[in-house]
Design a protein around this ligand. Structure first.
Ligand SMILES: [Zn+2]
Length: 204
């Protein structure tokens, strides 16, 4: 069970790296499972999700990996507070803002004009670490970009019982309720089906 939850966290994408990151704690039938609960699991997730600059910013030794882990768990809480404030229509608390600004200052970024594989122009961003947990900088930056560009009404927490995952509703009608159809959506459908079956049996 636990391994499959971690696998699904590695596979699922929410269109924003900051959402992928904040959604790494999953509620299952047997309780919450944290896909980032150890430095090794966090490293595995980062290798797979590849946030911008990861190859240049990844920590080289065990002690830096531990620092990255502690800071990652902090950042995940901070992003949750940031998104909650955005949806509620107010500015984040000063403490949230301060905690969000720390990782952003840990990377040194520079840009240059380059070419894609197809030969079209693109801006290449390069990153250099100023801190053991510098790899979190681009994730924090991505969260700021998200609240700048996503309508608060379209940023939503999953409607499933106990699920805390966030998603951006890009559906036409804007009425999507679940973080993922594959997990929460199907579970809710199955629960509704069971309830209907029980009701029909009771009435028969
Ligand atoms: Zn969900």
């Amino acid at each position: 069970m636990t391994d499959s939850v971690i696998d699904s966290c590695l596979e699922e994408r929410f269109g924003w790296i900051s959402l992928d990151f904040v959604n790494t704690c999953v509620v299952t039938r047997s309780g919450p499972v944290d896909a980032l609960r150890s430095p090794a699991l966090l490293f595995q997730w980062m290798e797979h999700a590849e946030p911008p600059g990861w190859t240049s910013l990844k920590p080289a030794d065990i002690s830096a990996q531990r620092t990255l882990h502690i800071e990652a768990l902090n950042l995940r809480v901070v992003l949750d507070q940031l998104f909650t404030a955005h949806v509620a229509g107010h500015n984040p608390k000063t403490t949230t803002e301060h905690a969000l600004g720390r990782p952003i200052s840990w990377t040194l970024a520079s840009s240059r004009l380059g070419h894609s594989e197809r030969g079209t122009l693109l801006v290449e961003n390069r990153y250099a670490p100023l801190h053991a947990a510098a790899a979190l900088g681009p994730i924090a930056q991505n969260a700021v970009e998200l609240i700048q560009s996503v309508d608060p009404a379209r940023l939503r927490r999953c409607a499933a019982h106990l699920c805390l995952r966030w998603f951006v509703d890009t559906s036409k009608g804007g009425r999507r309720g679940w973080c993922s159809m594959a997990t929460c959506g199907n579970r809710a459908k199955a629960a509704r089906y069971r309830a209907r079956q029980e009701r029909d049996t009771a009435e028969a």
